[in-house]
Design a protein around this ligand. Sequence first.
Ligand SMILES: [Zn+2]
Length: 308
Amino acid sequence: MYVTKPRLFFSYALQNRFAVPSFNVCNLETARSVIEAAEAENAPVMLQSYFGDLYYGGFEVLPQLLRNLAEQAGVPVLVHQDHPDSNQMIFRTLRRGYYSVMYDGAHLPIEENIRGAAYVTEIAHAMGAAVEAELGLFGGGEGDHGRVQNASPEESRRMVEESGIDTLGAAVGSIHGQSSRLDLILLEEIASVTPAPLVLHGGSGIHLDDLREAIPMNVVKVNIGADLVRAWMSGLKEGALLESGHEPPHHLMMNHASKKVSEMARAKLSVMGASNHAEPLLEKLENEREDLPFISASSLPVKACSRR
Ligand SMILES: [Zn+2]
């Protein structure tokens, strides 16, 4: 199912205390492998395209490809636009049917970040889409030029209240493409002052103990880019060396790499608790007539951080 009710999607994850991995996919094979993994886990999943993927896959090709695959999937698939290079890119993806988009203003002064997020949110909401904004910097070279800086609880509260965004990417120690440990006490503090569900970038490298502890603190989406690229690249290299019988060698190579991506994606879905949630969520998405106007985590108790 191609998800067109993003707030219902996120609120279901929030209520049921699991997170959905959002995979950076750029072509048929990686997107299909992720969906096959979600079907095998009976889990909802997210596919996302950052600006480099949109240029690589093509504005007139990649969004349609992801939509086609999602429409045929037996599980809910929410397609998200991740790290745009401009507001224009956000609007272009909205026009191509993305129901979840990111406003990437974390490098700006807080007032400008809030103003920019509010502007995009007004337009995205009119089109039925949800908006993710970012506070703090996840570093690692994507969008924010490598600098790492944690989000502040007060700015998190202000961003959500003043801009009207739906989900908040808050930097609490994870880094794009690198191993990391989270500041769980800071995450708990942000979760307790912010009504919006939270997003973690740099999800590939987060220590698994930290990831498990973080998810009950209102984390509903975890971005996975680096691990997908690693699985795909190592799969292609191994696949190129395989002895081909009747199968054409290029099919053999790409099927091998696809299997590696699927295995990686299944492990992420499982560790984030998304397995076996597809069917109840499908039912909810089919039966509810309207998407929620706003998702609020404030009615849920934040699970206490065990390190305090
Ligand atoms: Zn990111």
